[in-house]
Design a protein around this ligand. Sequence first.
Ligand code: IVH
Length: 671
Amino acid sequence: MTQAGLEKAQERARTLRKEIEDHNYRYHVLDQPLIDDHEFDRLMRELQELEKKYPQLWDEDSPTNRVGGEPLEAFEPLEHKVPMLGLDNAFNREDLFEFDNRVRRLSGLDTLEYLCELKFDGLAVSLQYENGTFVRGATRGDGYTGEDITQNLRTIRQIPLQLPEPLTLEIRGEVYINREAFRQLNRQREEQGLMLFANPRNAAAGSLRQLDPRLAAARPLRIFFYGLGEHNLALETQAEVLGYLEKMRLPVNPNYNVSRGPEEIWQYCQVWQDKKDELPYETDGIVIKVNSLQRQKELGTTARSPRWAIAYKYPPEEKTTRVKDILVNVGRTGAITPVAILEPVGLSGSVVQRASLHNEDFIKEKEVKIGDTVVIHKAGEIIPEVLRVLKDERTGEEKEFTMPRSCPSCGTETTRLSGEAALRCLNPKCPAQLVEKLVHFASRRAMDIDGLGPAIAEMLYNEGLAGDVGDLFYLKEEQIAGLERMAEKSAANLVGAIEKSKERPLRRLLFALGISFVGEKAARLLAEKFGDLEILQDAEENDLTEIPEIGPKIAQAVLGFFRNPETKPVIDKLKLAGVNFKEPAAEVSSQVAGPDLSGITFVFSGTLEDYTRDRAAALVEERGGKVSSSVSRNTDYLVAGDEPGSKLEKARSLGVEVLDQSRFEELLGLG
Ligand code: IVH
């Protein structure tokens, strides 16, 4: 190879890289491509070939290297030079006026300018550029330390690997997924028998946390930048910050606006509250920031959030639709649940077509009839629920619904047991129940068998391949591959996932078996006390009720389960297949050290680095503390791990003290 040849190649590579990044910017950021995909691919290929021919040209920041590197074992912690704080919340006009009052009082001014922008419902990230090169990026984590997700961020085409100027600075933004891309992703996952994401935000979170950057690259991640971390730029206002970011070719959402005073802020909020569904991505409110950076600095921050900003949160969405029909579903315990089939309607980012009506009493209380117009919302932001019937809309054509006298799956007469709201099918061989049992067994919090969702479970059952959970462990790849819409690869994956699930601790197996009233907590207590399924199997009632939290109801259910002649063959199959029956010994002895936490309530949110949720809960409970699943005024501490979500925001808005892992350990006397 001649020196001249190499120089020419170098020159060509430089030109190609610049051209490719320009096209990337035009396509992914400006949405104004100059060339078509075909031509773009041609440029990429030329560069790849050149880099292959001349390995000297290798450059980490070449556009050919966006998706590179080996899968990681775990994410490394990365400290934020400037903490990534949260925001206080405003829920109405008064809250916004109060915010403006407070800011004016603290800064001693009559009027102030505010920058209003959309609050994107994704995940906050921080990116560092050194001399114009993207070097590192992290999740928010607990606000002080996040996880190094550089490899995954590099796969986002909207993020330039090089800035047009050699700047050293930290920029902040929100990674998200467009609604349509989210739906497509879920459709794809459904076909592959993978777990579906509940919403675009979860999909974005799951994607950013892929240890293998090739997997992250396949996800439609996008980003909006909205602020700076550490920097030494001479800028005066938040609006200038956004303008500057745009100039640096970074994606900035164009819908921001400078407001003078709270009335204009409120107008902006109203406008976007009405228009938010027209956007291709989800927003959950408006962020309002004091525009002057100097004033921001003077106002400063509290431990949790800046005094110069607030988030206006949209009220939970409600929609009106019509109940086309009411059908019933048979659950794994035989409970028969009525489900409203709705005229499809868009609600908080997804199209809703069904809503559970829970049971007979619920239908009576809400007076729901087939044909009714109803108001629905999403409970806990995920599950659609009927709030009320609009009786004025009735035409007289509506039909009363009555619960079926026989099970829709097997025809057995249905029974309402005393003291229960649910109507049940008591036939232990009912096909619908058996399928649901398989689904529950495989679910994430149970045996966590990836790829075994409702569609596959039903096929396995219908084809006679799995009549009970014990049969799952004898499935052969060929048998599964023969099922409709099942690729060979997925069959191998499923067999692998089943095999892997054999190692789950006893607590998970017990929960997975679906014994009535034995939820995750009871399963854990039983597993910890008995340590082995074969010992638990022979336990007497008083052995069980020795555990303070296990009352006669649970004890009876456990005894009933193991005495049921149907159970033994299943347990035998599990045992023969080598499924683990043991609970690993607890790490902490029963002699609990540390403080007495009686009367103190904890809520956990997000992932802690060194403890599973169960383990952390056990540590609190061992010390007499209580663990609750949702944040309220009675919560004493929220323990926030990585990606803590809405509970953290709620805790902040209620002034609940937030602990990170190390402060949690301190409080419990661990360490
Ligand atoms: S500013 C100190 N601007 O909301 C300022 N945040 O509760 C903090 N978010 O973690 C952030 N859109 O994930 C800001 N336009 C926006 C935002 C935004 C979404 C998120 C961000 C942050 C959370 C604050």
